[in-house]
Design a protein around this ligand. Structure first.
Ligand code: TRP
Ligand code: SF4
Length: 417
């Protein structure tokens, strides 16, 4: 049964696996066992990878605090390509996460040259989309969040230019604002733990954002006073830059522990218990006590024109305020996985994994798994023509957009920026 309703292997996933082995991203599957319910974007192979997702799944199961955060660069209108991350955020909020969304206007201004006023307008559109999907939580614009900027400055003490060059390929010609927008994103990811309290934090992103995740995970670690490590038969708590009083407090907190120069060794306790206590001591002594952020990675929905879906290629995507006729036209001229002739289509069937419209249905337009499986099997068996399938998809898109726009408009009234 599971196989029948889970026919969503996609060619993209194979390349993705290669990417994973290079960068140490883990597949999502094994991290899901604690989840009470698996959301469709994980079931359907859209979200494929993760770092440390297990601590999020456990928090959901145990109903303990966690944060969920993502960001949008307001350099173009939001479109279908942005919906996936938004839905991931909303789902995790519904599972008990504290929601945070940052509008990366500093990044848009620094990297794309978007004027501030435009950033504000576009940022508001992203927020309308989020609220239309049911988002609840904290939102902010980078440029207007003073505490974020302070945190970015503090984080900047842990990053040097050779690291930026290694991760992003920055050169001596890269302007300083670009580097600042990077460190601002690091601060975005750590912000919920400063704004509220240290807790596991999930950042759902497309694979292209992984460099930021790697950098931030490194910085979060460097900003800790202590490292806690399981050794052979004991737990070692090492000071990186902890004040003496904090290391003494660790020693005092664990009866029978041994204190040495710069570290305390503790026997007979699970590492997780020690970690928790050490974190609270760190916080009591003015430290950040950060949890290393977790991330998930989704594959990209291909553009209707075949390549990337991007607002800079208008035919590749559909924005939320497009006239109905244009929407239909774009869907009808979308790249499919159909064959050259009708005869071939009937004989060989279509190739849904190569079809931008199938993937549009898989990502957003068909919520029912069985209905989607039906579309897939009709395609593969040649029982349906692309012409008909496109028309059906166009209908779904038009009605989805109509409904979504109404929700966006209702949400927009409530947003003040
Ligand atoms: N850099 C992201 C983009 O290009 C936007 C962003 C800013 C972001 N801060 C973030 C994404 C924090 C995730 C988490 O779209
Ligand atoms: Fe795509 Fe539908 Fe054609 Fe299959 S039948 S290739 S899903 S348009």
């Amino acid at each position: 049964m599971a196989d029948e309703i889970n026919p969503w292997s996609s060619n993209q996933a194979i390349d993705v696996e290669k990417l994973f082995s290079e960068f140490g991203i883990e597949p999502i599957g094994p991290a899901l066992s604690d989840l009470p319910e698996i959301p469709y974007f994980m079931r359907r192979g859209i979200v494929v990878g993760q770092r440390d997702y297990r601590q999020i799944a456990t928090a959901i199961r145990d109903k303990t605090p966690f944060h969920i955060l993502t960001g949008f660069m307001p350099s173009g209108h939001p479109h279908l390509g942005h919906l996936m991350v938004m839905k991931e955020v909303v789902w995790h909020v519904q599972q008990g996460g504290n929601g945070y969304v940052t509008i990366a206007d500093r990044e848009a201004h620094a990297v794309r040259g978007t004027p501030w006023e435009k950033c504000r307008e576009l940022g508001k559109e992203y927020l309308s989309c989020l609220y239309a999907l049911g988002f609840e939580g904290t939102t902010y614009f980078q440029s207007r969040n003073e505490r974020l900027k302070d945190l970015a400055f503090e984080a900047a003490t842990k990053v040097n230019f050779s690291e930026l060059t290694a991760i992003y390929g920055f050169s001596p010609e890269t302007d300083l604002a670009h580097a600042e927008s990077v460190i601002t994103q690091v601060a975005d990811i750590l912000y919920p733990q400063v704004d509220r309290a240290p807790a596991p934090t999930l950042v759902p992103v497309g694979i292209d954002q992984d460099p930021h995740i790697r950098l931030t995970r490194g910085v979060a670690h460097k900003m800790r006073m202590f490292t806690v490590e399981e050794r052979d038969g004991y737990v070692s708590v090492r000071s990186k830059n902890a004040p003496d009083a904090a290391l003494n407090a660790v020693h005092k907190a664990f009866a029978g522990s041994k204190k040495y120069e710069g570290h305390v060794d503790i026997r007979g306790l699970p590492c997780a218990d020690v970690s928790q206590k050490v974190r609270s001591i760190e916080i009591a002594h003015g430290g950040f006590g950060f949890f290393t952020p977790s991330s998930t990675y989704h594959i990209f929905m291909p553009g209707l024109t075949g390549g990337k879906m991007s607002s800079s290629i208008p035919e590749s995507t559909i924005s939320f305020y497009e006239p109905e006729a244009t929407m239909r036209k774009k869907v009808m001229s979308g790249i499919t996985g159909g064959r050259m002739t009708l005869e071939e289509q009937k004989r060989l069937g279509g190739e849904p994994d190569k079809c931008s419209l199938y993937l549009l249905n898989l990502f957003h337009m068909v919520t029912d798994d069985l209905e989607l499986a039906g579309i897939r099997s009709n395609c593969v068996s040649g029982a349906i023509t692309c012409g008909q399938c496109k028309k059906d998809t166009a209908e779904r898109v038009v009605s989805f957009m109509k409904d979504f726009r109404e929700k966006m408009d209702a949400a927009a009234e409530k947003i003040e920026v």
